[in-house]
Design a protein around this ligand. Structure first.
Ligand SMILES: [Zn+2]
Length: 257
């Protein structure tokens, strides 16, 4: 893949990405709460899908037996309420996830096309920061978490920090995590950080990156500048034409004087 294309990051080819939403792996909040939140989170990305060229989401609740988050050709969402470990881990010592991570999105790229061809999403129901003190689901928090994870599913990295691999055209890294833009992004690394407003909608920076990646187009501001330049070009051509016309008229008159 050409380096210019690689720097834009991975994307899907298809127009719809369908997930099986599996039953949760233990007791506590279940599949229904996650399914409802996924639908709300997906609608917020789907609202922009046509404008930025991204696929739409579909979620099918399933009673199918548990599958692991591995490349198997099936996109899954699973709420882990028994152990916050990959399904392939045999015991707690064997590579369980960091308890602070509230969800993990796994993307699998096609080795030939480098397009995304599968995604699995695991949600932490063992140490959830998206439950209220009464044990009930905090819908705003769960929605904010899943809007963020669906951004990863579309291929976005974090707005800052170690997972931020987006680079400017000059090859510089982007802002640190205390910058206003990074903090306001739906792709801020910790979507549930205490004291930060929950982001329930895709932010402009995220949509601009997706538009560039999926449509090969600059963001709205860049497009506006493009139109302004086209307009200036047309106006100056008209002006040149009029100057030519006047000059020709003048010279014609001069000749016939
Ligand atoms: Zn993230």
């Amino acid at each position: 893949m050409p380096s210019g294309q690689a720097s834009l990051g991975p994307k899907w080819s298809q127009s719809e990405v369908a997930f099986l939403v599996l039953p949760s792996t233990g007791t506590g909040p279940g599949q229904a709460a996650v399914s409802a939140s996924l639908e709300r989170a997906a609608a917020r990305w789907d609202n922009h899908a046509e404008d930025v060229g991204t696929p739409k989401f579909r979620f099918d609740p399933s009673s199918a037996p548990l599958r692991n988050a591995v490349r198997d050709g099936v996109n899954i969402v699973v709420l882990r309420t028994d152990r916050w470990c990959p399904g392939t881990a045999r015991d707690e010592e064997e590579g369980c996830y960091d308890a602070r991570r509230q969800a993990i999105t796994h993307l699998y790229l096609n080795p030939i096309s480098s397009r995304i061809d599968e995604a699995d999403l695991e949600v932490n129901g063992v140490n959830p920061a998206w439950l209220g003190s009464d044990g009930a689901v905090n819908e705003g928090a769960l929605d904010a978490l899943l809007v963020h994870e669906l951004g990863h599913v579309l291929g976005l990295d974090h707005s800052c920090g170690v997972l931020n691999t987006e680079r400017t055209s000059a090859g510089e890294g982007i802002q640190t995590c205390d910058s206003t833009v990074a903090r306001a992004s739906v792709m801020y690394p910790n979507p549930l950080e205490a004291g930060r407003e929950l982001k329930l909608h895709p932010s402009h920076d995220a949509l601009a990156l997706l538009s560039k990646r999926y449509l090969g187009r600059a963001d709205g501001i860049g497009t506006a500048w493009g139109w302004i330049l086209v307009a200036i070009g047309v106006v100056s051509l008209l002006c040149l034409g009029m100057i030519c016309f006047h000059r020709r008229t003048a010279s014609f008159k001069a000749k016939n004087h």
